[in-house]
Design a protein around this ligand. Structure first.
Ligand code: DGI
Ligand code: FE
Ligand code: FE
Length: 199
């Protein structure tokens, strides 16, 4: 599988992201690559997905709505979550620039904010790398999450989902149904892992 040339992607992002977003993207890539090599996943895919995950972040709401509508995103169901549209738009924006990309990579960027039920390892990796990247201003629980995703991708991703839900609840924000489904599904996955280990 070939991925877009890294330097070409960086050049493109440099022109379309705000400086702090560009630096965040580099931080996500650094952690994503580390996680991929630790957990025996594709380092090339992790790098590309990390670089592209926020490629639609600095687009206008008008543009995001247009792209998401065309892509079949249910805008009514998502009308309370404008901050999630950049993730749903990212696969279209990235492919418009770089041509067709693998579905696994596209799903990792599509679900980087919310997660969803039955996430693949690459989806968990990008979701977690986005949260725990080294450039984030320290906040309670960040170090613990960073350590745990390096040791155990499932448990680390679960901790991050739980922290995210807690954080949003404290801010009185609605939790997206994908996020709730991700939480429930990953809890079940970890429980069944535990059972398998006993047998
Ligand atoms: O794009 P980033 O800033 O790197 O981070 P992100 O894509 O993970 O999150 C974008 C925003 O979405 C952030 O302010 C947190 C928010 N968010 C994540 N999950 C949910 C959510 N907001 C609501 N209301 N519900 C969610 O489930
Ligand atoms: Fe994002
Ligand atoms: Fe991000």
């Amino acid at each position: 599988m070939t991925y877009p040339d890294r330097i070409e992607v960086l050049r493109w992002l440099y022109g379309r992201l705000k400086p702090h977003r560009f630096l965040h993207t580099l931080g996500v890539e650094q952690l994503a690559v580390q996680l991929a090599s630790r957990h025996h996943l594709s380092v090339e895919m992790a790098s590309s997905a990390a670089l592209l995950h926020d490629c639609a972040k600095n687009m206008s709401m008008e543009e995001l709505l247009k792209i998401c509508d065309k892509a079949g995103v249910d805008l009514k169901r998502n009308q309370d979550y404008p901050q999630l549209l950049h993730a749903f738009a990212a696969p279209i924006v990235a492919q418009k620039q770089f041509g067709p990309l693998p579905e696994e990579l596209l799903n990792a960027i599509r679900f980087h904010t919310t997660g969803h039920a039955h996430m693949t390892p690459m989806e968990k990796l990008i979701f977690s790398a986005d949260y725990a990247e080294p450039g984030r201003e320290p906040f309670p629980g960040l170090m613990e999450a960073r350590d745990l995703i390096l040791q155990d991708l499932n448990r680390g991703t679960l901790l991050i989902l739980e922290n995210t839900v807690q954080y949003l609840q404290n801010k009185n924000q609605n939790i997206h149904f994908y996020t709730l489904e991700a939480l429930q599904s990953l809890r079940q996955e970890i429980q069944s892992e535990g059972r398998d280990n006993v047998q």
